[in-house]
Design a protein around this ligand. Structure first.
Ligand SMILES: *Cc1c(COP(=O)(O)O)cnc(C)c1O
Length: 413
């Protein structure tokens, strides 16, 4: 793994985490049934072995280049910059140009190659909106691996196009009818499958969440985003940015962008969560802004929960941000103050999407539109100094969201 130039900031030394117990300060860890502890240790050993194997790195690099289409561009958007504030520069990291239209493929590819190396031919995954299911099915088809995707019954109805994509790619989609019939029930079902079939099966987790070592593995496979952006901004502007901004669902695109910049303390890190329709319980997915620490899906992290510790329902106009917890490393970055987390509501995200589309000819996904919309709000509040250099992680393209956007704008198609 790469080491980054790190300045000490009090007790904060970013590249020390996670520790050997998989903790980021008090967050993270492995809160799983006994029967999975061996599987997690085996995964950790295989990952470390692969990280140190030049052959594995070479194959990963080759596939990132010709299959995924990396490096993705760092693109200056002058007309959008002008809409935010006078005399500033906004650059977009174009993950929307990666194969399948979002950053999720970086991680799916890395874990897919790891599974094959471990001799596991059966891949399971779970998906809410279907984006991670599509990325996983895509990689499994390319590598010739069996792919089973768990998905809540309600999500299957809402996301029929992605269900069809996964099937075309050769994956089996298993409907989950328990609980709220959405993502968190699909995750429970995937964990159950893993416990039963752990010998033959690799659980391909789609964000920087879950028990150790997943948050670390996903971060490191997504860190290619920030590594490229660092080199590109130095080449194009000759200096580090003042701020990097990313949307936060589970937190994988954000941590992939933040991590390579985290040791450069002059770079402000801003994560934007989904503020939904309001910050009342059940109407948003702003976990770090409005949650409290708790345990879900194998890790200690911020969590949206009621007074009894029951997980709350979430809402967001963007299905990809609709998750009641968040990666443990973000919880730690919030606690240490290294990164700042805010929320943008549905309407702000829609404005961000429209603004970028009309000023720059790029239709973003609704998830990164939260980051774009929040920047516009900061500009209105005169919070962005002249001369600022800002990078926004454009985590995906908007094609998948066109029906949702039309509905929100009261347009009938
Ligand atoms: C899934 C998704 C997200 C949210 O997931 P993170 O793990 O927080 O990155 C953000 N943007 C897009 C385009 C997505 O598909």
């Amino acid at each position: 793994m790469q080491t980054y130039h790190t300045k000490e900031a009090g007790t904060y030394q970013h590249n020390l985490y996670p520790d050997e117990r998989g903790r980021f300060g008090p967050f993270g860890g492995k809160f799983v049934p006994e029967s999975l502890m061996t599987a997690l240790s085996e995964l950790e050993a295989a990952y470390l072995d692969a990280s140190n194997d030049p052959g594995f790195q070479l194959e990963l690099q080759a596939q990132l280049s010709t299959f995924v289409g990396r490096p993705t561009a760092l693109h200056y958007v002058p007309r959008f910059s002008q809409m935010v504030a006078p005399n500033i520069k906004v650059y977009l990291k174009r993950e929307d140009l990666a194969h399948t239209g979002a950053h999720k493929i970086n991680n799916a590819l890395g874990q897919g190659l790891l599974a094959r190396r471990m001799g596991k031919k059966r891949i399971i995954a779970e998906t809410g909106a279907g984006q991670h299911g599509v990325a996983t099915a895509t990689v499994c088809a390319m590598l010739g691996l069996e792919c089973i995707v768990y998905m809540g019954e309600i999500d299957i109805q809402r996301q029929s196009l992605n269900v069809f994509r996964m099937k075309l790619l050769g994956a089996e989609v298993r409907s989950v009818g328990s609980g709220s019939r959405t993502l968190k029930d699909a995750i429970n079902e995937a964990i159950r499958d893993w416990v039963t079939n752990v010998e033959t099966t690799f659980y391909l987790i789609g964000s920087a969440v879950g028990p150790h070592p997943y948050p670390r593995i996903v971060r490191n496979f997504q860190a290619i985003i920030g590594e490229e952006a660092r080199k590109q901004v130095l080449a194009q502007e000759g200096r580090m940015p003042d701020m990097v901004v990313a949307c936060v669902g589970g937190g994988s695109n954000a941590i992939g962008m933040f991590y390579p910049f985290a040791g450069v303390l002059d770079v402000q890190l801003l994560g934007v969560e989904a503020g939904g329709t309001s910050l009342e319980a059940g109407q948003h997915a702003a976990t770090l802004v409005a949650g409290r620490p708790g345990i879900l899906h194998g890790a200690m992290s911020y969590l949206l929960q009621n007074g009894d510790g029951q997980v709350l329902d979430t809402h967001s106009i963007s299905a990809g941000l609709d998750y009641p917890s968040v990666g443990p490393e973000h919880s730690y970055m919030k606690e240490t103050g290294r990164a700042t987390y805010v929320s943008a509501n549905d309407a702000t995200a829609l404005r961000g999407l429209q603004a970028l589309s009309q000023s720059e000819g790029i239709i973003p996904a609704l998830e990164p539109a939260h980051a774009l919309g929040y920047l516009l709000e900061m500009g209105n509040r005169r919070e962005i100094p002249e001369g600022s250099l800002i990078i926004v992680n454009l985590s995906g393209r908007g094609d998948k969201d066109m029906l949702t956007v039309a509905q929100a704008l009261n347009v009938t198609l």
